[in-house]
Design a protein around this ligand. Sequence first.
Ligand code: URA
Length: 220
Amino acid sequence: MVKKNSDILKWFADAGVSDISIDLGSAVKRKNVKTSINTLAELKEAMEKVEISIKNCALNMVFGVGNEHAEILLLGEAPGAEEDRQGIPFVGQSGQLLDKILASVGLDRTKVYITNILPWRPPGNRTPTLQEITQFRPYVIKHISLVNPKIVVCLGGTATKALLQTTQTMTQLRGKWTKIEELTAIILPTFHPAYLLRSPSQKREAWIDFLTIKNKADTL
Ligand code: URA
């Protein structure tokens, strides 16, 4: 019987091998972040060493912020100009809207953890490429696993598609709970605050999503 990649990876992991590369044709894709990483500080140190061209254009690596034991983790796309300057996620205009949405359901940055798919600002605020997302997804999974939230909120299409590895649209996914094999948390995709700044009529839907998230967190 032909074994699936996931079975083979599990076999290696059970045998104590922690860092495996699988040749997928032209690209060699790293499937695991070292299992010897046990803390957020260790993860940050490992991420700082990642070789990726976008970091050459960025001022700072933007890691994560908030409550490291939070039940709710918010996952954005990538830092913008202000986040790049300050080294903190969601501190620009969309961050200010995010703070207002959190406050409207009784939450704030001391009660949630916030990070992004990419820790460096892509040049000119372009959307992260599939290659960048593929390279960083294992670090995102590790990051979420270390915080160990009950709920992951994907902010916008890029974070949603990257985490869920789906091509479904936000219209199909928004406001619906889902799960992935690699995480114990339940996942809710909602709109990105930057989209809400451009389309304020959707703010009500986002507010409903955050009410749902808060109520779910209170009952889990
Ligand atoms: N947009 C994001 O997706 N993340 C940030 O940190 C800032 C803006």
